[in-house]
Design a protein around this ligand. Sequence first.
Ligand code: PGA
Length: 258
Amino acid sequence: MRAKLVAGNWKMNGSLAGNQALLNAALPALASVRGADFAVCVPFPYLAQVQQALRGQKVALGAQDVCQFEGGAYTGGVSAAMVAEFGCRYAIVGHSERRSVFGDTDEVVAEKFAAVMQHGMTPILCVGETLAEREGGVTETVVARQLEAIVKRSGIAALGKSVIAYEPVWAIGTGRTATPEQAQAVHAYLRTRVAAVDPRLADQVPILYGGSVKAGNAAQLFAMADVDGGLIGGASLVADEFIAICRAAAGAKDKVTI
Ligand code: PGA
């Protein structure tokens, strides 16, 4: 059985005091939750603070991005080697905000994915379609293309050591969650794409859902057969919401197949 994972994506939010308060509220509650893995992906300046706060806890640390280059004259860049030094287990690559606001192409995302792997961390690869793409009926084409760029650069075996996050762009931060059936359909499609190359690996790779996951809808989403947890934005900034979502993942045992 695939392990479930809930990863908080704090995005560009937080402060030293606010982070501490959030972790003080969430960590004691999460310490006793068995049956799923948890992580928080925090802004670069807070890696050291959160690394310290997570010592001895079962919540892992992640970064939200890395630079595709190893090092050198890249003003403002933060390399995979740097975030690895702070004990990051995960780094998100290809988040739709990076793709749309900062212009990360499929090829750049593939380089970032490779850099994260090279430094011993697990990439959380985000894929997902815009509303126009969904309405145009090209959701599968889009996510397949995003996945293919990774396989072309790093090979299918590398994908097996990653986490995929399906995040429909129209559901991110909008309050408009994909229905469990919509999520399941794309998750199953992604798994089929991987299975076409390596069935055993397809069975192992966790596929998270992201996009307006809240305490109120997490359990239904996590109950779907191919939904292995969530990548949580806004709700990961509210301790009670995040705790409830983590508990929902830990309790999502009875899988629904459609
Ligand atoms: P959201 O963000 O939960 O605020 O919709 C999810 C994400 O972008 O990872």
